[in-house]
Design a protein around this ligand. Structure first.
Ligand SMILES: NC(=O)c1ccc[n+]([C@@H]2O[C@H](COP(=O)([O-])OP(=O)(O)OC[C@H]3O[C@@H](n4cnc5c(N)ncnc54)[C@H](O)[C@@H]3O)[C@@H](O)[C@H]2O)c1
Ligand SMILES: O=c1ccn([C@@H]2O[C@H](COP(=O)(O)OP(=O)(O)O[C@H]3O[C@H](CO)[C@@H](O)[C@H](O)[C@H]3O)[C@@H](O)[C@H]2O)c(=O)[nH]1
Length: 463
């Protein structure tokens, strides 16, 4: 059998880009991305896609309705597919045992149940969502508990490693593709079928064959290591501020060691995004369940350091502004969790905004990609405020950085958007209240030039 029809359940940040690239690289395969959200599907079928990723629009426009389809007809798409990706969200539990830590696999389980119910021929089911370890066992249990002796399922684990903002680049040229399979002849066959899809554009040397449990754990471990590097350099940034060293210089010195390497050593206001915190919490919870308290504490520290970094930065802003921001107007440049995305999930900007709003500040917010409605939704969320009306009165969302900074006391760089680097800061300075402050939470600006203009400049990891 050769795969000719793929169904992907979940049209989100992973399902959409991943399947668009598969459709482009495999013109002989029909790829259908399905979702329970009719709104999301209609956005994927419209001119304005539901997510922003550099390069994605062109691919979708080229492949859509050729061999790439977005649909709400989940059952029909599952029925006709040879291979099904489960790419649904796996958030942190918000209730019950494991609340705030364990990963919620309800959506994955729902997919398995639907696949089991509606399938009429053999399927390869691929776990692409980031799950807990041994999650595939439960998926298999559900799939095999049907009364269809002629329908056989193979479950593979094929975690996704793309980073937002560079998703298309990562998908076209991944560092590796990991495929975990059951250690049986049928499991090996399923591995080969999925490999053949990737081999259309990815060299065989990059496809790593593992058992399912190694594959599931590799995803969590990779994110834990990446987040660990950021917390490590952020911890060094604290020492730099205390002793007068410069964390950028230290990072460069560390990164030149070929065993360490230069990537992911950018000290910042803290890491955000939908994955690092969720996956680390999941890892910590797994360790606790396995009765490995020392290992759990080790990884918990990576998260604790991130909270510390966000709070240190927020407190520095308040302290520098004469210990009070009550009634003061402050500009936030950037609200997304990183540049080149409109995604705000777990964005450090939310933490900074909450701290300042709690202290009575007024915020002017500008982000090149985040929708105003999303900013309002994030800042009026139950976790952020118990007074949403007051928050709405205290924020202004701007579509222009010059207007956003007009008549304000300070600018905070929360996201490392390239366009913030080349703004006319002399012009901006003229229209700000003096003394005018800049808090560069991403270390992207030329601090010497800003100081020459007259700004009081504060950053991370440097006095
Ligand atoms: N965002 C990333 O950069 C990234 C990268 C690698 C891995 N991951 C992992 O991939 C998974 C998906 O992440 P995402 O960011 O794409 O999530 P997302 O929230 O953007 O998208 C998930 C989609 O699944 C849909 N869905 C949920 N249950 C469904 C069901 N039963 N049937 C049909 N559709 C259903 C939701 O409506 C939603 O549109 C998560 O496990 C995440 O940890 C994410
Ligand atoms: O040196 C650095 C690098 C990143 N960050 C921050 O870390 C967060 C995460 O960035 P990044 O990892 O680039 O983006 P994500 O899209 O969250 O991607 C991570 O999470 C995905 C979901 O699991 C994985 O697939 C990716 O491999 C993994 O990099 C962002 O807030 C960044 O600003 C830093 O502060 N300093």
């Amino acid at each position: 059998m050769a795969i000719t029809k793929i169904c992907c359940i979940g049209a989100g940040y992973v399902g959409g880009p991943t399947c668009s690239v598969i459709a482009m690289q495999c013109p002989h395969i029909k790829v259908t991305v399905v979702d329970i959200s009719a709104q999301r599907i209609s956005q994927w079928n419209s001119e304005k896609l539901p997510i922003y990723e550099p390069g994605l629009d062109d691919i979708v426009k080229k492949q859509r309705n050729v061999n790439l389809f977005f649909s709400t007809n989940i059952e029909e798409s599952i029925q006709e597919a040879d291979l099904i990706f489960i790419s649904v969200n796996t958030p942190t539990m918000t209730f019950g045992v494991g609340k705030g830590r364990a990963v919620d696999l309800t959506y994955v389980e729902n997919c398995a149940r639907t696949i089991a119910q509606v399938s009429t021929n053999n399927k390869i089911v691929v776990e692409k969502s980031t799950v807990s370890v041994r999650a595939a066992e439960n998926i298999l249990k559900i799939l095999n508990a049907n009364d269809k002796p002629n329908v056989k399922f193979q479950v593979l684990s094929n975690p996704e490693f793309l980073s937002e903002g560079v998703a298309v680049e990562n998908l076209l040229n991944p560092d590796r593709v990991i495929i975990g399979h059951e250690e049986t002849a049928d499991g090996l066959w399923a591995f080969k079928e999925l490999s053949k899809v990737y081999l259309n554009w990815i060299p065989e040397s990059k496809i790593l064959k593992t058992n399912i449990w190694s594959s599931e754990l590799t995803k969590l471990a990779a994110n834990a290591f990446l987040a660990d590097r950021i917390s490590s350099i952020n911890s060094i940034s604290v020492i730099c501020e205390a002793i007068g060293a410069d964390v950028s210089e230290v990072a460069k010195g560390i990164g030149l060691d070929s065993r360490i390497g230069p990537k992911f050593l950018q000290a910042s206001v803290g890491f955000g995004g939908s994955c690092f915190q969720k996956d680390l919490l999941n890892l910590v919870y797994i360790c606790e369940c396995l009765n490995l308290p020392q290992v759990a504490v080790y990884w918990q520290q990576v998260l604790d350091m991130n909270v510390y970094q966000k709070s240190r930065f927020s407190n520095k802003i308040i302290k520098s502004l004469c210990n009070t921001v009550t009634g003061k107007k402050i500009t936030m440049f950037g609200f997304a969790f990183k540049k080149d995305t409109g995604d705000t999930r777990e964005s450090p900007a939310i933490y900074v905004a909450k701290t300042l709003l709690d202290e009575g500040a007024k915020l002017n917010i500008y982000d090149p990609r985040v929708e105003p409605g999303q900013i309002k939704k994030d800042l009026t969320h139950l976790y952020v405020t118990d007074n949403p009306e007051n928050v709405i009165k205290s924020i202004e969302i701007h579509d222009n950085p010059y207007k956003a900074s007009h008549s304000t006391h300070a600018i905070i760089i929360c996201t490392e958007w390239d366009k913030f680097v080349n703004l006319d800061y002399e012009e901006i300075y003229k229209h700000m209240i003096k003394p005018a402050f800049i808090f560069d939470g991403r270390k992207i600006l030329n601090h010497k030039t800003l100081a020459t203009i007259g700004f009081q400049v504060h950053t991370i990891g440097k006095r």
